[in-house]
Design a protein around this ligand. Structure first.
Ligand code: PGA
Length: 248
């Protein structure tokens, strides 16, 4: 299993200047810390952020599924790789909701990213309504079936379990429930890809992570790190999250 992974999803936040300062401040504190910290700024900031970091790693918030061609406004996974990205967030619930991104599209993006040796951080998770109807495992099973359809090798894949109701709401699940869900995700992966792949797949928790609740999540057996939104654009708070995770 890899070391703890902390991913900061900046979403559509920070000016270029703010982004540079944020990255520089975070990167400085990573000296001597043995964990992987991935910064996912807006596309427009990638090159500038890359120049600020020596210890943090770079990720994108999305990619298109074709490498080049007539796709106005889209971003190639090959170019993301060229820009220094090692990771790419895919299927975030905000894209599924606001841009109507379907599992079929996410599936193509996972394939295209793996082809470019970009590590996908595949986001899955249930809505509040689905949770209340007791359908969490059913939803997760369906998302994994569709998002990983016809993909034979997921050795570089990371899965982020993000209950939609926990994102940006301050409402978090009990960490032990999250561990159970992560265990279920591992079971699904085991059935599809075998025990070794399942054991080696990093599963993150995401949704209202802060420095005061992060330890509860990263100390769970099946949780290998966190995907942080709002708290990742506040330097001091994000650094506290990193430090709290490195001690657990
Ligand atoms: P949040 O976002 O930490 O602001 O809840 C998490 C995410 O959307 O990945």
């Amino acid at each position: 299993m890899d070391s703890v992974l902390i991913v900061g999803n900046w979403k559509m936040n920070t000016s270029l200047k703010e982004g540079r300062e944020l990255a520089r401040e975070i990167d400085r504190t990573l000296v001597g810390i043995k964990m992987r910290v991935v910064l996912c700024p807006p596309f427009t900031h990638l090159q500038a952020i890359r120049a600020q970091i020596s210890y943090a790693l770079l990720g994108a918030q999305d990619t298109f599924w074709q490498v080049e061609g007539e796709y106005t406004g889209e971003i190639s996974p090959a170019v993301l790789k060229e820009m220094g990205c090692q990771y790419v967030i895919l299927g975030h619930s905000e894209r599924r909701k606001h841009l109507l991104e379907s599992d079929g599209m996410v599936n193509k993006k996972v394939k295209a990213s793996l082809n470019q040796n970009l590590r996908p951080i595949l986001c899955i998770g249930e809505s509040e309504e689905e949770r209340d109807r007791g359908q969490t495992f059913k939803v997760i099973q369906e998302q994994l079936d569709l998002d990983l359809k016809d993909i034979d090798n997921i050795n570089y894949l990371i899965i982020a379990y993000e209950p939609i109701w926990a994102i940006g709401s301050g409402d978090i699940p009990d960490p032990s429930d999250t561990n159970n869900t992560a265990r279920f995700i591992r079971k699904v992966i085991k059935k599809k890809y075998g025990g070794e792949t399942a054991d080696n797949t990093t599963i993150l928790y995401g949704g209202s992570v802060t420095s005061s609740n992060v330890e509860g999540f990263v100390s769970q057996k099946n949780i290998g790190g966190v995907l942080v939104g709002g708290a990742s654009i506040k330097a001091e708070e994000f650094i506290k999250i990193i430090k709290a995770s490195s001690q657990s």
